[in-house]
Design a protein around this ligand. Structure first.
Ligand SMILES: Cc1cc2nc3c(=O)[nH]c(=O)nc-3n(C[C@H](O)[C@H](O)[C@H](O)COP(=O)(O)OP(=O)(O)OC[C@H]3O[C@@H](n4cnc5c(N)ncnc54)[C@H](O)[C@@H]3O)c2cc1C
Length: 263
């Protein structure tokens, strides 16, 4: 399948539509960690208090930089915002998955405590959703790719919206589902939210409808079931590229297909 020529909405460059917002570029700030929550064995939610908070839209991200031994300058990485921008945006949550051998994520996921400070800069990105974009939405996530979707879902709930959202979410197994309990509770509470799991390393778990990586057949089924008019996919670049190609092949307008590649 040809994937290179599709001109969908790409999210991950340090860009945002600031011309519309008429705002200067964000600056580095020192933010205090106010809460640390172990989400799964490898993923931690960090909540930070931003001293000079900027309004953001669900789906955007911050850069975080930390000093790394042997490196002359701090090393920065991008992390999506998991929290809702409404009703307040001065405390921002990130969901950070430890990547073995990585320079930054093991420190953020395993070594940060309440009261520590982090250098952060943001928000950035055009991988965004708010009610003006409408729906129904198909959200496709693998692993920590669920983080920006938590912001969208939490925002919708906080605003009392009812735009249908269907989340297709790939995890290794039940114990690796990031925000698993919250998603379960939200799905039970909100009639506009549906969550479909696929567990790639647990072939028999009844809580998962599929037991393989996200593929063309799965995206096709969920696209028809959700009757999506807008689609967002987030996670490993190969998965995101596959989603873009399938959705456009199925007739979705490329401008309604949003992509965030965690590379
Ligand atoms: C817009 C955006 C938003 C993101 N949001 C999130 C988020 O919400 N949550 C999240 O967890 N992540 C997110 N990411 C990913 C995040 O930015 C980092 O890429 C991730 O945390 C890994 O960073 P790291 O410094 O730990 O690993 P890195 O040091 O970048 O290493 C990555 C991997 O490559 C391997 N590696 C490094 N060097 C070598 C080498 N020389 N040879 C072989 N292998 C090597 C490492 O072992 C590791 O497994 C996002 C990315 C983008 C672009």
């Amino acid at each position: 399948m040809e994937t290179e020529a599709i001109n969908v909405n790409q999210g991950s460059s340090d860009e945002t539509d600031r011309s519309a917002l008429k705002m200067p570029a964000p600056r580095w700030q020192v933010a205090e960690v106010v809460e640390v929550i172990a989400e799964t064995k490898e993923t931690t939610a960090l909540r930070i208090a931003v001293p000079e908070p900027r309004e953001f839209v669900s789906g955007q991200y911050y850069n975080i930089r930390i000093p790394v031994e042997g490196r002359p300058r701090p090393i920065q990485r991008a992390y999506s915002i998991a929290s809702s921008p409404f009703p307040q945006f001065n405390v921002v949550e990130f969901g950070i998955k430890e990547m073995e051998g990585g320079l930054v994520s093991p420190v953020l996921a395993k070594q940060i405590a309440v009261g520590d400070t982090l250098e952060v800069r943001g928000p950035y990105g055009t991988f965004v959703w708010s009610e003006d974009k409408g729906g129904p939405l198909l959200l496709v996530a693998a692993g920590s790719g669920v983080v920006p979707f938590m912001s969208m879902i939490r925002y919708s709930k906080a605003k009392g919206l009812s735009v249908p959202m269907h989340l297709l979410f790939a995890s290794k197994s039940a114990e690796y589902v990031i925000y698993g309990q919250e998603l379960k509770d939200l799905e039970a509470e909100l009639d506009w939210l549906s969550v479909t799991h696929t567990f790639t390393r647990d072939s028999g778990h009844p809580g998962s409808r599929y037991h393989r990586r996200i593929d063309q057949e799965m995206v096709t089924e969920l696209m028809y079931e959700s009757q999506a008019k807008l689609a967002y996919s987030c996670g490993p670049p190969e998965m995101v590229k596959m989603c873009e190609a399938v959705l456009v092949d199925l007739g979705m307008d490329p401008q309604s297909v949003y992509s965030e590649k965690y590379d």
